[in-house]
Design a protein around this ligand. Structure first.
Ligand code: GDP
Length: 315
């Protein structure tokens, strides 16, 4: 992503900031837009999204420059590009359990889940195998444990041999209680039993790790629906590998249709991922990224701040 950031910065600097005189002509603006678009496309951002962004920046420049005739145009354009990039990954959110009137019709607003103490909050994870699901489950468990919650992990992946052992190993390392079975083959039963057990023991956060692979994709999605119906999660999180490129969008859409996740954890942001696919996935599903995974260790989880993310991207 660093390369994408550098190229966007160059596009703005070379064509706008360093251009001669105080005025900016439309040729320079068009050149900047073309270079930004190319950089995004080469980072796997969906073409329709890039075209929309280009139009939005252009329109915004026209409107704002007309409104603020006396203002430094160069800085204004730079700010517009920054704001529009933020809009790609930023959603106006509000917390679920505040007392505000939530039933307004503003579709842009997205409910953010906030676990409540002294009650059982069930969080279900979905995502393809290899995306970093089990690792992220443990990271999130540690995150909440450090904030004083009583946290348990449930392995509902009965499809892949070794899935329970992996979760067990991670959980043991992090000192998080876990539940799973070597003999039960029905993931719906395992997840239900695990959640019930932890609920009885007054666990406050119960994280359910599901399978990421099946003989048939439909079976995977069907299984997620059944598990979701059985454990009734307050939050469903999709884990998305930042490196999967263009495929991210269709993958996220397919999961959204069946699992209807409310949040995304973007993993492997420490790698050399182009990451543009993930940006497209977020935009396509209108679902906020809540955390990013920045390494293989338990503590490598950061809360996602859209504006910080874009600032960092642009260096
Ligand atoms: P799952 O199949 O979706 O449960 O994926 P795993 O949790 O087993 O992770 C697959 C691989 O990705 C493992 O080798 C993890 O250590 C690695 N991994 C997971 N998250 C991250 C991350 O944020 N950064 C890096 N570098 N590696 C990660």
């Amino acid at each position: 992503l660093a390369d994408l950031g550098r190229r966007i910065n160059d596009a703005v600097n070379e064509n706008i900031i360093k251009s001669g005189g105080s005025n900016v002509d439309s040729d320079s603006i068009n050149l900047m837009l073309k270079e930004i678009s190319n950089a995004l496309l080469e980072s796997d951002v969906n073409i329709k999204l890039v075209m929309k962004l280009r139009e939005r920046i252009k329109k915004s420049i026209d409107v704002e420059c007309e409104k603020n005739k006396s203002i430094n145009k160069k800085k204004l354009i730079q700010k517009i590009v920054f704001d529009e990039l933020c809009n790609l990954v930023d959603f106006e959110t509000y917390e679920e359990n505040n007392d505000n009137n939530n039933n307004n019709n503003d579709k842009k607003k997205i409910t953010v889940f906030k676990p409540k103490k002294k009650q059982s909050n069930v969080i279900m994870f979905v995502g393809l195998q290899g995306s970093g699901k089990t690792t992220s489950c443990t990271k999130l468990a540690v995150y909440y444990q450090r904030r004083g919650f009583k946290v348990g992990l449930v392995c509902a992946d009965t499809f892949r041999a070794g899935a329970f052992d992996q979760l067990k190993q991670n959980a043991t390392k992090a000192k998080i209680p876990y539940y799973g079975s070597y003999t039960e083959t029905d993931p719906v039963k395992v997840s239900f039993d695990g959640v019930e057990k932890f609920k009885k023991e007054k666990f406050e956060i119960i994280i359910v790790d599901t399978s990421g692979r099946h003989r048939q994709e439909e079976q995977l999605f069907e299984e997620m629906i059944q598990i979701s119906n059985a454990v009734n999660p307050q939050q469903t999180i999709m884990v998305l590998d930042a490196a999967i490129g263009q495929a991210a969008e269709s993958q996220a859409k397919a999961f959204k249709e069946s699992a209807n996740f409310g949040a995304i954890i973007l993993t492997k942001m420490d790698g050399h991922a182009k990451g543009g696919g993930a940006i497209s996935a977020v935009a396509a599903t209108k679902t906020p990224i809540i955390f990013i995974g920045t390494g293989e260790h338990i503590q490598d989880l950061e809360t996602f701040q859209p504006r910080n993310f874009i600032s960092k991207l642009l260096g």
